[in-house]
Design a protein around this ligand. Structure first.
Ligand code: HEC
Length: 283
């Protein structure tokens, strides 16, 4: 008698046919979840990098305003430094913060990390390097009108997904107007260096600039996708194994009573023990 393993009987085939789409849908849902979660993780990592840049900027700002500049003013007050002395290298927090960021980016690049864009974007900048682009300028206007507090969004920049973070700097105070109000009040060396056109006549209490940070997402997304692909592959292996085992169990015999064949084999009534040698060969 020829033993026919295939095709399976209708009832078994039904189970396998129902299971297949269930497995495919479950797999597709899991893969979508993996990609969604790992991408969200990549964005949150980029947000942490942006926050890091922001906090280090704030620390530099505080140090310059609270420690370094008063020290220069003290020297000037005591007559140890001439009154008109002004150097952005030691007195401008924006100059210092930008220089520190440039050094950090050099370090990042030599450590194989992508550089992080950082700008104190202003509409009336003293240093043209701080000129706000269209996007930053529109945002600054909205911040000044109180329409928006801060921005965190993923946008396509030059075809690359990029995290944009924008936070306003503190509103200007009377102290700022010494150098950003009337040029006549500003240190002569400042005017000699930057001229009397740019960065002056600012209104008090305005938001002069926003801190604009852009973190490229491509490297983190690449890593996230690699992790999602690995998880998807492992899931595929596990599901294929489970399906394969199910297939093996359900399609193992032509006799059907709705139970997998090993179960059927166990539940089958036992025949009488076969005798080892029932007939003697006739000589
Ligand atoms: C002692 C002078 C001085 C004082 C006081 C001062 N600034 Fe400035 N500020 C400068 C100089 C110089 C620059 C240009 C530095 C550079 O080359 O980036 C500048 C640049 C800036 C910039 C970058 C945009 C631009 O104009 O190039 C912002 C924003 C800014 N200042 C905000 C402020 C605020 C807010 C205050 C008060 C809390 C303040 N500044 C006080 C001298 C000063």
């Amino acid at each position: 008698m020829t033993h026919n393993w295939f095709p399976v009987l209708p009832k078994n085939r039904q189970v396998l046919l129902v299971l297949l789409p269930v497995f495919i849908v479950a797999y597709a849902v899991l893969v979508a979840i993996y990609h969604d979660k790992t991408e969200a993780y990549a964005v949150s990592e980029a947000q942490k990098a942006a926050l890091d840049v922001l906090l280090s900027h704030k620390a530099v700002h505080r140090y310059v305003v609270e420690t370094q500049r008063p020290e220069i003013y003290r020297l000037q007050g005591e007559g140890l430094l001439y009154k008109e002395y002004f150097s952005p290298k030691v007195m401008s927090f924006t100059f210092i913060a930008r220089s520190v960021k440039e050094l950090i980016n050099k370090e990042r690049e030599s450590a194989g990390l992508p550089p992080v864009y950082f700008k104190l974007a202003a509409d009336n900048p003293r240093n043209p390097i701080n000129q706000a682009d269209e996007y930053e300028s529109a945002l600054l206007a909205r911040m000044n009108r109180g329409e928006v507090k801060e921005i965190r969004e993923v946008v396509q920049q030059n075809g690359e997904p990029t995290l944009h973070v924008a936070v306003p700097i503190d509103r200007s105070s009377a102290g700022c107007l010494k150098c950003h109000g009337d040029p006549k009040d500003a240190p002569a060396e400042l005017v000699a260096r930057y001229g009397s056109e740019r960065g002056f006549h600012e209104s008090p209490n305005s938001i002069r600039a926003l801190i604009s940070i852009r973190v490229p997402l491509a490297p983190a997304l690449k890593e996230a996708n690699a992790i999602a692909d690995l998880l998807a592959f492992v899931t595929l292996l596990i599901m294929a194994t489970i399906y394969g085992l199910t297939y093996f169990l359900y399609s193992g015999s032509t006799a059907s009573n709705g139970l997998p064949s090993p179960v059927r084999a166990l539940s089958r009534p036992r025949k009488s023990t076969p005798r080892i040698c029932s007939t003697r060969p006739t000589s």
